[in-house]
Design a protein around this ligand. Structure first.
Ligand code: PLP
Length: 369
């Protein structure tokens, strides 16, 4: 199979799996238990926290392990939004949009920040939230569909100057571009393990110490009391290992992915009627979202699947929905063109030969809708 859907999930790195296995088979103790078996598990969580904090440039105590990016986003919104309403960008992942809509249904003021044709937040949108002064503004660092990277540090400066909290969903950025929490300047940041060759069902919320976290899950006081529940020790160990590898290999992975993406985009440019969405914006080195005139994206996805090529027709979480991508619609792309979209997201094990094979198959398919 040619796997070109790394923004949906990544295969687990063998080195990550090797690090995890002892914590499933041998050191299965509860990390809260006081005897040696439990202390070993607890120590492994501490080590993983160190590994992740080193990648982000934060103190280990600023990390709350969660069940994934979705939970981290929910925790972020629950923490800051209720104070004075919230504003989220129109291109956020459903795990930000849905809790935002839920808060709205409870009576909190919700504002949507617009993006321009390149998927970038507009200065007008920032000016508007500065005027409204919500408790929280949530803007993702990199978009899961287009790969567009936002200038979070620039927005954070402006929002902080007016006492507004800022959260960034860095799930797609981690492991692909540098993610330095302090440099970004956000109060809160969400991460997920399975996008960086770690296991699924594990993530983190990173927080500035001045922020009073409002836990969503109450219970046994784990994670400094901010996220109750017996820790998923093996997954956290895997996330830590994946973070350590990402730190060591980031520059190499970035350069390699960019080389593959450049080859892919060059080859795609020969296909008539093909658009690369947000082509002019700074994007993740692994992500290309395209539309082909008169082609149905979902149908193209199915035809490529029959050739054992895995791509996405947008956000994986939205697959199966026949609505045009809200991200593209927010960028002003017409519904019919948005419905032609497919996303190719490359990973560290992809090769040039796979790109050539993909292009060959794409050209051979009769995909006109
Ligand atoms: N945020 C973004 C931008 C994502 O792409 C995803 C997953 O697709 C998530 C959040 C959710 O992360 P998780 O799958 O760990 O819940």
């Amino acid at each position: 199979m040619i796997y070109f859907d790394h923004n949906a999930t990544t295969p687990i790195d063998d080195r990550v799996l090797d690090a995890m296995l002892p914590f499933l088979k041998i050191f299965y103790g509860n990390p809260s238990s006081l005897y040696r078996h439990g202390r070993i598990a607890g120590g492994a969580i501490d080590a993983a926290r160190e590994q992740l904090s080193a990648l982000l440039g934060v103190q280990p105590g600023q990390i709350i392990f969660t069940s994934g990016g979705t939970e981290a986003n929910n925790l972020a919104l629950a923490t800051l939004a209720p104070q004075a309403g919230l504003a989220v960008s129109a291109i956020e992942h459903p795990s930000v949009i849905e809790p935002a809509l839920h808060l709205k249904s409870l009576g909190h003021e919700l504002t949507l920040l617009n993006v321009d044709a390149n998927g970038l937040i507009t200065q007008d949108a920032i000016d508007e939230v500065v005027r409204l002064k919500p408790g929280l503004v949530s803007i993702m660092l990199a978009n899961n569909e287009t790969g567009v990277v936002q200038n979070i540090a620039h927005y954070a400066d402006q929002l902080r100057a007016h006492g507004i909290g800022i959260h960034t969903d860095a799930v797609q950025a981690l492991g692909k571009i540098p993610v330095d929490f302090n440099r970004l300047g956000a109060h809160l940041m969400s991460l997920s393990s399975h996008k960086i060759y770690g296991p699924k069902g594990c993530g983190a919320l990173v927080f500035e110490k001045s922020v009073a976290i409002k836990p969503v899950l109450l219970g046994g006081g784990q994670e400094q009391g901010f996220r109750a529940g017996t820790e998923n020790v093996a997954a956290i160990v895997g996330f830590g290992k994946a973070a350590e590898l990402a730190k060591i290999e980031l520059a190499e992975r970035h350069a390699y992915l960019l080389k593959l993406r450049t080859l892919l985009e060059h080859s795609l440019s020969a296909i008539p009627g093909l658009t690369i969405f947000a082509e002019q914006a700074g994007r993740l080195p692994n992500t290309v979202q395209i539309g082909i005139d008169g082609v149905d994206g979902e149908m193209l996805l199915m035809q490529l699947d029959q050739k054992s090529i895995a791509v996405s027709s947008g956000s994986a979480c939205a697959s199966g929905q026949r609505e045009p991508s809200p991200v593209l619609v927010a960028m002003g792309v017409k519904a019919v063109q948005a419905k032609s979209a497919i996303r190719i997201s490359l990973g560290k094990a992809n090769t040039e030969a796979e790109i050539f094979e993909f292009i060959k198959q794409l050209k051979s398919l009769n995909v006109k809708g």
